[in-house]
Design a protein around this ligand. Structure first.
Ligand code: ZN
Length: 334
């Protein structure tokens, strides 16, 4: 018997310019810059974490900004189509105006009874703000942020994955992670802005929800006849689901094995322990522990205030800092 995940832990994507990336998520969307470190597997690249006031699991969108010369990705099958945050039901007007003021083009749609505002980040990653009156939020507001507390993003709502075969991906959601099919409905407009008007995703959206329920527990699958996507700036690298403990994580590893898939051994990511497995549709799934969290190497007040490095890289700090791309902190960073 495998545990049911509570839902998303974090989502990691690839950006180009680090300054534009941080400015968008902090100054425009009002997320807190909760951790500034490097890609532990590639210390020449930053790893940014944007989340709620404390970097609560289920609120964190993280980026590897590859720089202006980094390769652009191509959206396609096996990729995350949209990343959705929950907003309060009466914040739709606020966000419509705030995004317009920031010259962000927004498409408004209704989906499963909720209002959805869709727009692209500076690298073309599709972000959605979902005002679902029935959804539960998570996290702690960022009191010093540029967005009034009552309108702040309430953590993830869910992700939409574009896959070649919905059933193959659903087998992992249901068989390993404890998701259940909730509804299937014709997909409404405004959900696939990629590809210059050529909407090649099929007409149906299949909604899955973690049986454990709670915040950030939605995964929507849409079938696409696009060819496999290519990872690069403007695409999502992986989607991480939450495990409450390393024991629970091990149970997921066994559940993967039971359906013939191999997950990696647990990897220590400083702030959580992670295992990875690419699901049959091509999306890289991570399962990350909710602890120890971001306050292991700086206090909650100081989150994101300096470049943090894992102990094993600390003695190379000078060289690492000198090789990182030019970067200016966002205006609203505290
Ligand atoms: Zn991750």
């Amino acid at each position: 018997m495998t545990p049911d995940t509570s839902g998303l832990h974090h989502v990691t994507a690839i950006a180009s310019d680090p300054t534009a990336n941080a400015a968008f998520y902090v100054d425009t969307l009002g997320l807190r810059f909760v951790k500034r470190t490097v890609n532990h597997d590639d210390p020449g690249t930053y790893h940014f974490y944007f989340g709620d006031g404390e970097g609560t699991p289920g609120t964190n969108l993280t980026f590897f900004p590859w720089g202006e010369d980094g390769r652009d990705g191509e959206f396609g099958a096996g990729q995350t189509q949209t990343v959705a945050y929950l907003i309060p039901d009466d914040s739709v007007q606020y966000w419509t105006e705030r995004l317009a003021d920031a010259d962000v083009a927004v498409e408004r749609a209704e989906r499963f009874g909720a209002t959805v505002l869709g727009f692209d980040d500076p690298d073309g990653i599709r972000i959605e703000l979902v005002a679902d009156p029935d959804a539960e939020g998570t996290g702690t507001p960022w009191a010093d942020g540029p967005v009034p507390v009552e309108h702040q993003l309430r953590g993830f709502y869910g992700v939409t994955l574009a896959v070649a075969d919905v059933d193959a991906t659903a087998r992992v959601l249901e068989g390993v992670l404890g998701y259940e099919h909730e509804a299937t409905a014709p997909d409404s407009a405004g959900t696939d802005s990629r590809g210059e008007g050529a909407t090649s995703t099929s007409a149906d959206r299949h909604r899955y929800r973690s049986a454990a329920g709670g915040p950030a527990s939605i995964v929507d699958l849409v079938e696409t006849d696009r060819s496999r996507g290519r990872m690069g700036a403007g695409t999502v690298h992986h989607v991480a689901f939450a495990a409450e403990s390393v024991d629970e994580q091990e149970a997921y590893r066994e559940a993967y094995a039971d359906i013939g898939l191999n997950a990696t051994e647990p990897i220590d990511r400083e702030y959580f322990h992670a295992i990875y497995c690419r699901e049959p549709g091509g999306v890289l799934f991570e399962i990350a522990t909710t602890g120890p969290g971001f306050a292991v190497d700086e206090s909650v007040d100081e989150l994101g205030s300096r470049l943090t490095l894992p102990d094993r890289l600390e003695d190379q700090r000078e060289r690492i800092e000198s090789q990182l791309p030019a970067f200016e902190l966002p205006e609203s960073h505290d």
